[in-house]
Design a protein around this ligand. Structure first.
Ligand SMILES: Cc1cc2nc3c(=O)[nH]c(=O)nc-3n(C[C@H](O)[C@H](O)[C@H](O)COP(=O)(O)OP(=O)(O)OC[C@H]3O[C@@H](n4cnc5c(N)ncnc54)[C@H](O)[C@@H]3O)c2cc1C
Length: 404
């Protein structure tokens, strides 16, 4: 019997993945960690550091190298997100919005002209992108979106509407928009009364495209910019429509699988950091003449966090292994892993604060920031309730998934 499979490290399945992890980990130690506390406190997005990720091919990790990307897969995405989130989940959220929501989407669904025109710019960091799906009145029921686009006789499209909560939608505090937006808009209604959705690539400087507001005072993820975007008679040429009009539900659903995996991988990074912090502190801190790790209640915090972290890590990388970026088909597990990992990460961060006592409650010790950041993972990219709904629906249609 071939025993090679026993040596497989599911989180670093190939040498290339292990090297990628090592490279990102050292970048995080040298560049990300030193700025994380300050940028979060000041609610600033570190655009310069972000653009520098382009030098190592990270800004389009799943994009073929001919367009300036890293040519890798969903496991590579999970590795990068885990490592960045160990230090700065907000910086990672900006990365996710660009790399996974905008750039990967274009690499999978764009035509050759769009890919050769835009991918080199977003992969190098010259342009920072975002994905605009949610609206002020439509989040979970995204197909009720009101932003609409109508094609004029001259072939151009006119877009009207507002998008809400858009990560990287603004890049500064002065109304500067993202360099490019992957925008979903309604362009019709099908026979069953459902929205027909079309994807538009809206470039910075396009007339009628602006930032409505940068959203301040978020609970967490404060070093990533979140904005409302406004489209007011915004004219977009036909060459910036991705795919055929009305067919973007496929792009949306396929990319949501990667987004959910990416958010779950962020939860792994948060959990590892918090577990590491509580485990070290439990040996350093003494009370009643002994290390606090000798108290049963502290042991419970550490032990449960370890077991849950290990389970989450296995589920994340097993799901990543199965995702083919060019296809959909992993909705059960991309919903499942995000449902599981995100709440676990929040709970592990909560335990880390508890183990650190008063020190855990202040910024310098990091775990309070990770706890605040972890909460967003239960909302963004689909709420917990949305995942519960999807999983129950999918298991009704595919009961055999349980027995396989
Ligand atoms: C920091 C941040 C960054 C974000 N970045 C982006 C981005 O880059 N691009 C983007 O497009 N969006 C982004 N979002 C938006 C995010 O995806 C939405 O907030 C999310 O989908 C939830 O939508 P909502 O806020 O409108 O809540 P709602 O959908 O209104 O939900 C409110 C509550 O009702 C529940 N609910 C709704 N429908 C059901 C149902 N059928 N069954 C049971 N419960 C239900 C929800 O689970 C939730 O508890 C971001 C949000 C935040 C906070």
């Amino acid at each position: 019997m071939n025993e090679d499979w026993r040596t497989l490290d599911i989180a670093n399945p190939t040498e290339e993945h292990a090297m990628l992890r090592e490279m990102v980990r050292s970048f995080v130690i040298d560049e990300v960690e030193p700025q994380a506390l300050e940028y979060n406190r000041d609610e600033k997005f570190n655009a310069a550091l972000f653009r520098s990720l382009g030098e190592s091919g990270l800004l389009g990790i799943s994009v073929p190298s001919e367009f300036g990307g890293g040519g890798m897969d969903a496991t590579a995405v999970a590795i990068i997100n885990e490592e960045l989130s160990y230090s700065d989940p907000a910086f990672c959220l900006a990365y996710l919005a660009h790399d996974q929501l905008m750039v990967n989407n274009l690499a999978q669904n764009g035509n050759e002209d769009q890919k050769s025109r835009i991918l080199p710019k977003v992969c190098s960091g010259e342009w920072i992108g975002c994905m605009a799906m949610s609206e002020p009145d439509h989040g979970t029921d995204v197909l009720g979106m009101e932003t609409s686009a109508v094609q004029r006789d001259d072939g151009n499209w006119v877009i009207n509407g507002r998008k809400m909560w858009i990560t990287n939608g603004s890049l500064d505090d002065d109304g500067g928009t993202a360099d490019i937006v992957w925008l979903y808009a309604r362009t019709g209604t099908d026979d069953r009364g459902r929205a027909e959705i079309t994807t538009f690539l809206v470039e910075k400087g396009t007339d009628g495209f602006s930032v409505g507001q940068k959203i301040f005072d978020k609970l967490g993820m404060r070093a990533s910019n979140t904005a409302e975007l406004v489209f007011e008679d915004c004219v977009v040429p036909p060459e910036n429509v991705v795919g055929s009009p009305g067919e973007s539900m496929i792009h949306m659903m396929r990319n949501l699988e990667l987004e959910r995996l990416g958010l779950a991988a962020m939860a792994v990074g948060i959990s590892r950091r918090c577990l590491s912090a509580m485990n070290s502190y439990a040996s350093e801190r003494k009370a009643f003449g002994m290390e606090i790790r000798d108290f049963g209640q502290i042991q419970r915090h550490i032990a449960e966090s370890w077991a849950e972290y290990r389970a989450m890590r296995a589920y994340v990388y097993d799901t990543a292994r199965q995702i083919d970026l060019a296809k959909s088909g992993n909705r059960l597990d991309s919903d499942g892993v995000k449902l599981f990992a995100t709440t676990i990460a929040k709970n592990i961060a909560d335990r880390a604060i508890q183990v650190l006592g008063g020190y855990g409650y202040v910024g310098e010790y990091t775990v309070e920031r990770l706890w605040r950041d972890a909460k967003l993972l239960e909302i963004g990219g689909g709420t917990l309730e949305g995942h519960q709904k999807n999983i129950a629906r999918d298991l009704r249609a595919d009961h055999d998934a349980i027995e396989r």
